[in-house]
Write a protein that binds this ligand. Structure first.
Ligand code: ZN
Ligand code: MN
Length: 494
């Protein structure tokens, strides 16, 4: 019996293929809308369903978004790229081929790092093999509601621009794979190249996974399995967690090892939490790729590439570092803030600049602002406590005019009636209590609680905490931290 903490006798080797729908208004080679959710088959035309005699014209915007992504992922960008037909038959592909890129993708090389803000695994650099552009296929809907198992075809998605990002097999754990995908999604969101909505299929992930097993004869690689049908990053993680021990068991039983050019396709069943074998994967030669005769090759100048690299702006990784360096917050905190997107980071920066205490503002944004935002819904842009108000409120805490719990009352008040910080402070009757008044109050409480005094004198300062609540009942403006301090001091002196 082996325990879970034992290291498995293999290394899990994972590579990812990510399909990203680009955020263009129209399709890749025609002017049909790409909007999600329309009535089936209302967004197609002779071009995207491949009627004879129609001619595709490339959507320049889609190409620009792709170049932006390639630049942000540190890729080499080709100055000359072309289109190819990938031929296969499927009911949701009426043309009988997909326009894609075969031997001259627009970008190659590059990398993106995955790191864990909690430091549970070291930063992993994942190299990219290539990025190419292609058109999406339609959607087959298998309707089994009436026990009939009819299949219907919706061609609205046909021809939507897709960017395919293929990584080297550089990932080693399911957790790393999830973290890397999360970072990729964040980057794509910051770049504005995709809405990355997995429920709507804007981002789809396949994982290639096999094992390197240590044997007496050296390392042995097991056959590569491509896992499909994973609808969330958590599903990717779970599928990989399931797949690695399954492959190990299978290898122990069959002894089958990796054969060049072979790959099995397995699907992920999210409900049952298992993978299951699907068809065997076509070889690329089965697709009979050939150059697309109806589209001209695309050329990009070195100057255009340089301009795209210069125009990228600050990317999430740099933004996190800036927040950590400028405002003294931890990698965990900067990750939470940056993951929320640019508007929240701007909110944070405005409040931090006003209050001057980056850590305090970070705590409030994460706890009070984000929690309230989650409960209420809406966006940070119309959140009732604006960044200036939050900065003002937290400055008052810093200056000792408010303690945390009274500040929370002010915060709630602003959310309820939209008043200013000053008006809420006034309405709640908050005023600073005189030090002499506070000393008198603490003396009274100590006199009434000799047991606590004895505890404090014997070194248990925490015992004073019991008096804080009593002090607040007598005077809600009594600063808890100061009451605690005074009680300890006075118990020793008096
Ligand atoms: Zn069309
Ligand atoms: Mn593809």
């Amino acid at each position: 019996m082996t325990s879970h903490s034992d290291k498995p006798p293999y290394i899990t080797v994972i590579g990812l293929e990510v399909h990203v729908q680009l955020a263009t208004a129209s399709k890749l080679f025609c002017r049909c809308s790409t909007a999600f959710g329309a009535e089936p088959n209302t967004q197609s035309c002779p071009v995207c369903i491949g009627m004879p005699g129609t001619m595709p014209v490339m959507n320049r915007k889609a190409f620009e978004l792709s170049l932006k992504t390639a630049a942000a992922l540190n890729c080499r960008i080709a100055t000359h790229t072309k289109w190819d037909r990938k031929n296969y038959y499927y009911p949701d592909l009426p043309k009988g081929y997909q326009i894609s890129q075969y031997d001259l993708p627009f970008a190659a090389g590059g990398y993106l790092d995955a790191s864990d803000p909690k430091g549970r695994f070291p930063t992993r650099r994942v190299r990219l093999i290539r990025i190419h552009l292609e058109e999406d296929a339609g959607k087959s809907m298998h309707d089994e509601r009436h026990g009939t198992a009819d299949s219907r075809i919706d061609l609205n998605r046909t021809g939507t621009p897709l960017m395919e990002i293929v990584t080297e097999p550089d990932l080693r754990t399911p957790e790393e794979a999830k973290a890397w995908l999360t970072e990729l999604k964040l980057l794509l969101t910051y770049l504005g190249v995709s809405d990355c909505n997995m429920q709507e299929g804007s981002l789809r992930v396949d994982a290639n996974v096999n094992l390197h097993v240590e044997t007496l004869g050296g390392l042995v690689a097991t056959p590569i399995v491509e896992v499909k049908n994973m609808n969330s990053f958590r599903a990717v993680e779970r599928a990989l967690e399931y797949e690695a021990p399954r492959q190990y068991e299978s290898w122990q039983q069959t002894g089958k090892t990796f054969q060049q050019g072979t790959k099995q396709t397995w699907g992920w069943d999210d409900t049952r939490g298992v993978t299951y074998q699907q068809r065997s994967k076509e070889e690329s030669s089965d697709y009979r790729y050939f150059p697309e005769p109806d589209l001209v090759p695309v050329t990009v100048s070195e100057q255009q590439i340089a301009a795209i690299r210069d125009g990228l702006g600050e990317l999430p990784a740099d933004l996190r570092l800036r927040l950590e360096k400028t405002w003294g917050i931890t990698p965990y905190d900067s990750d939470v803030l940056v993951s929320q997107g640019e508007p929240l980071v701007d909110y944070y920066l405005a409040a931090a600049t006003q209050c001057g205490d980056g850590k305090l503002v970070s705590n409030w944004v994460q706890q009070d602002v984000l929690r309230t935002l989650n409960e209420r819904g809406g966006t940070i842009a119309d959140f009732p406590v604006g960044p200036a108000a939050l900065g003002d409120l937290l400055t008052r805490i810093k200056q000792g005019q408010l303690d945390t719990s009274r500040a929370r009352e002010v915060f709630q008040r602003i959310i309820t009636d939209g008043s200013t910080v000053a008006a809420a402070v006034e309405a709640l009757g908050i005023k600073q209590v005189d030090e002499s008044e506070l000393i008198a109050l603490c003396r009274e409480l100590l006199a009434a609680n000799p047991k606590i005094v004895a505890d404090i004198r014997s070194g248990n300062e925490k015992a004073a905490g019991a008096l804080v609540g009593q002090a607040r009942k007598r005077n809600p403006n009594a600063n808890p931290k100061r009451v605690q301090e005074l009680c300890v001091e006075l118990a020793r002196i008096d």
